[in-house]
Write a protein that binds this ligand. Structure first.
Ligand SMILES: Nc1nc2c(ncn2[C@@H]2O[C@H](COP(=O)(O)OP(=O)(O)O)[C@@H](O)[C@H]2O)c(=O)[nH]1
Ligand SMILES: Nc1ncnc2c1ncn2[C@@H]1O[C@H](COP(=O)(O)OP(=O)(O)O)[C@@H](O)[C@H]1O
Length: 301
């Protein structure tokens, strides 16, 4: 058996070597020799220097981020300051990866951070373009963004959950909510059912500096713009009209008559796309979701 003193010396040598290896990784990031996202991707048992690096050290090594912004970024990504790269949870890793890639693409100094605090973004677009799908992707990957849950008088589709997809309410309940001033905006959509955005959760989130995403129709987007001129309006476009029809038919949730009604609304909505601040083509869900999130990161200043 080795005497304890030998163990202690060996242990401290190993610790010094590990520190040196981490310092080298930080130097590579700081000099631009190695993108931070590569360090994140290579962090595993075979790369202990990368895996044992703290996330704050990884982000802090990027030349254009000082300690204050690093701390803010960590908070926005919901990653604790002591977290090591190898110990990240799946969602944290995805959020960090998206952030690093976005910063790499945008270059130094672009934007204000992953998500500008307190921004209100409206996602609109024709039926079946994929608004719900893109919003769902953002919900899954950016829990820091509040995805507003609307109230509607339409019936739930199979798989839709009351309180998550929508608050499914009766006509009488909807009337009462209007009378009580509970809506930020509301509209009758596709000439059939009413949909409205509950005001309370949005105002509370914005007051706390949390960003909010509304997935609503054209009429609602116009009302939000009037009430909140600072809101950013995003129009989601299909790659083509044929693809839009394919998605509507493929979803299989409406009969022929309802599909026709929705497609005629879609023509009106597409004609209004130039009223929006940004247009995003939904060819690929992940890319479209990332573009919407990136728009949230654009500094209001
Ligand atoms: N104005 C307004 N529109 C909403 C609201 N919630 C959903 N919508 C819109 O209502 C429309 C119908 O939604 P839905 O019944 O889920 O079917 P979809 O058209 O196939 O997405 C979509 O354009 C939604 O964006 C809301 O709170 N306010
Ligand atoms: N980028 C995409 N590529 C292919 N299919 C998509 C894409 N985005 C959404 N879809 C599909 O299109 C259909 C309509 O999407 P949905 O999110 O319900 O649209 P919306 O909320 O705009 O009415 C769904 O079946 C969905 O799976």
């Amino acid at each position: 058996m080795k005497p304890p003193e030998v163990d202690r010396i060996a242990g401290s040598r190993a610790a010094v070597a590990a520190r040196r290896a981490r310092a080298e990784v930080k130097r590579q990031i700081a000099s631009g020799e190695r993108p931070a996202v590569d360090v994140l991707d290579s962090a595993d048992e075979e790369h202990p220097a990368e895996a044992s690096l703290r996330v704050s050290e990884l982000i802090g090594s990027i030349p254009w981020l000082g300690p204050t912004r690093t701390a803010r970024v960590m908070e926005e990504l919901a990653i604790s300051p002591s977290k090591r790269v190898g110990g990240l949870g799946t969602h944290q890793r995805v959020r960090l990866r998206e952030f690093l890639q976005r910063r790499q693409r945008n270059g130094a100094g672009a934007g204000a951070g992953p998500i500008a605090p307190g921004s209100l973004v409206v996602l609109a677009g024709p039926t079946a373009v994929g608004k719900g799908t893109v919003a769902g992707h953002i919900r899954a990957h950016h829990p820091d963004v509040l995805l507003s849950v609307s109230a509607t008088t339409r019936s739930p589709r199979p798989g839709e959950i009351d309180g998550t997809t929508y608050f499914f309410v009766s006509d009488e309940q909807f009337d009462r909510m209007i009378a009580d001033g509970e809506f930020l905006e509301w509209a009758t959509v596709h000439n059939s059912h009413r949909y409205g955005t509950p005001r309370g959760p949005i105002e509370a989130a914005l007051a706390r500096g949390r960003s909010v995403l509304l997935e609503i129709d054209l009429q609602g987007a116009r009302q939000v713009r009037a009430a909140f001129p600072a809101a950013r309006l995003v129009f989601l476009l299909p790659p083509s009209w044929e693809e839009l029809v394919r998605r509507l038919v493929g979803r299989g949730t409406e009969d022929e008559e309802e599909r026709e009604r929705r497609l005629s609304t879609a023509k009106v909505e597409l004609a209004a796309q130039d009223e929006f601040d940004y247009k995003v083509v939904n060819s690929d869900v992940e890319t479209a979701a990332q573009e919407v999130v990136q728009l949230m990161a654009v500094s209001r200043a």
